[in-house]
Design a protein around this ligand. Sequence first.
Ligand SMILES: Nc1ncnc2c1ncn2[C@@H]1O[C@H](COP(=O)(O)OP(=O)(O)OP(=O)(O)O)[C@@H](O)[C@H]1O
Length: 351
Amino acid sequence: MVSLSTTPFFPLTAQKTSPSSTRFQPKNNNANPFFNNKHSKDPTNFVCACIAPPRNNFNTQDSSAIQFNGSSKSEQLSTVRNHEDDSDVLIECRDVYKSFGEKKILNGVSFKIRHGEAVGIIGPSGTGKSTILKIIAGLLAPDKGEVYIRGRKRGGLISDDEISGLRIGLVFQSAALFDSLTVRENVGFLLYEHSRMPEEQISELIKETLAAVGLKGVEERLPSELSGGMKKRVALARSIICDTTKDSIEPEVLLYDEPTAGLDPIASTVVEDLIRSVHIKGRDALGKPGNITSYVVVTHQHSTIKRAIDRLLFLHKGQLVWEGMTHEFTTSTNPIVQQFASGSLDGPIKY
Ligand SMILES: Nc1ncnc2c1ncn2[C@@H]1O[C@H](COP(=O)(O)OP(=O)(O)OP(=O)(O)O)[C@@H](O)[C@H]1O
């Protein structure tokens, strides 16, 4: 199943104008949330895709600990414990390179995201964290290197819709809601547009999904009537809602780009707990297990790292320079990690 830009069911080609639905009409016409994305001015960038056939034999154990070898000069990584098999790998980036014009952003990034993982990508500003998320989501193509989705090499951006088996959703930092649509219409957008579910059933599902992210009675509000934290929760609801009438529900990986940026500490905690609660290892506000198989969070916030992430990938100058479990982050002897963790001006990271 192809995924989206902000929701797992987003159509392959992005909307160039406000959504025009046969089931609902926007109240005004300034609504394309995809123009709000941090770097993209061209809506045609918002094609998406990903997937590969289902593979059985998932290992649902936590990921193994991988730690940095302590050498900041070589910035080499050593894997302390290898997985015996890769049958639980949902996404793999292998030696990914990306430049924008003359500017080299990613310089050979490799990592795997496994079934059940909660992974964070951290590192200094401009080091390519959002870029790698967009490459995973299929919004950008790497210049070199490959992305494998459940063991299958992704061939392109929108060309992958014939393969299925994993949904990948990207939750943008800006929440990227359609301004002219109500919360109900935003959350149910793709079900209204692309499913055969009856409207009543969609409405019920929207209500349930909003309740799962702790929002009740806001269905008919416009995004402008919500706080920043509420918008992020609506965006999260839109990402996790899915067509429950389908025979099989595919596993889903959610990619969060700075989900707590701009929020006060308490609102951040709410969002961090929500991210945990919609994961398969969590429980939502209604006490039900979440349906997000694995997730990846790009963040700068210590609270988010501590509260919502189990394993960290540290990117610096377009390379993976450290990876390890979250509890290893603050005790790492790697000077890059130490400087970043302490916020010191002295160290290898220069601005
Ligand atoms: N579509 C694009 N066109 C041109 N340059 C881009 C584009 N997307 C990203 N960049 C540039 O690539 C670099 C990396 O951007 P990216 O957003 O991936 O960094 P980041 O690590 O997420 O940064 P931050 O932590 O500040 O959000 C930046 O210099 C950015 O300006």
